[in-house]
Design a protein around this ligand. Structure first.
Ligand SMILES: Cc1cc2nc3c(=O)[nH]c(=O)nc-3n(C[C@H](O)[C@H](O)[C@H](O)COP(=O)(O)O)c2cc1C
Length: 185
């Protein structure tokens, strides 16, 4: 028997991302897990309208998406608890820049994408930013044959219903392949 929980969003876990911005010229990072993939080069980030980071994103129309690894969980959670409106988060991570001068990235993060904002959807409580990475910087240690290897990245996965961070498990099947074993008998 299934129990109907009502209109509950059950689409978790999602990866934790740390979004880098400059607000009034000061670096700020925010923890955002409500992220989506629109197409190969377009991503979505959903932010409650009161987030301090939004001021910098709208001002510069740029941001960075940093994928933290498990060992960064304390700092990653912290920037999701305190707001740049009340606390200077510019020194929590060591930052670097690529081509976009207003999209600071995190040196310790294994994967960093510097992005341009290409569209903003105005929802009642959220601004949804559609962004496109113009460069993706990866630590060489997380690559296997020049491809991102998530077993090496060790991303942090967010489970909102339980309020937990999860680790990535093991791969167990090949995409676009295992389905060919289907037999309709
Ligand atoms: C695991 C986690 C996930 C979060 N995901 C989101 C999110 O997707 N959208 C959002 O608006 N806030 C999210 N938050 C809350 C913001 O990170 C938090 O309010 C932050 O302090 C805002 O920072 P700012 O005001 O400096 O921009 C999340 C927090 C945590 C801990």
């Amino acid at each position: 028997m299934k129990k109907n929980l009502g209109p509950v969003n059950a689409l978790y876990p999602t990866p934790v991302t740390l979004i880098g911005t400059e607000v009034n010229g000061r670096i700020n990072y925010i923890n955002i897990a409500h992220v989506g993939i629109i197409d190969f080069n377009t991503l979505s980030l959903s932010m409650v309208k009161t987030r301090y980071s939004i001021r910098g994103i709208k001002e510069n129309m740029t941001l960075s998406i940093n994928l933290p690894s498990e060992d960064m969980v304390i700092k990653a959670d912290f920037v999701g608890i305190v707001s740049g409106a009340d606390y200077d988060k510019s020194n929590i991570f060591e930052s670097f820049y690529g081509e976009l001068k207003s999209a600071p990235m995190i040196k310790d993060a294994p994967i960093c994408m510097e992005c341009k904002v290409v569209n903003i959807i105005d929802m009642p409580k959220h601004d949804v930013f559609f962004v496109q990475p113009i460069n993706t910087y990866c630590n060489e240690e997380v690559l296997t044959n020049d491809t991102i290897d998530f077993s090496k990245v060790k991303p942090i996965l967010f489970d909102r219903p339980q309020g937990k961070y999860w680790q990535l498990g093991k791969p167990f099947a090949n995409c676009w392949s295992i389905g060919k074993e289907y037999k309709n008998d």
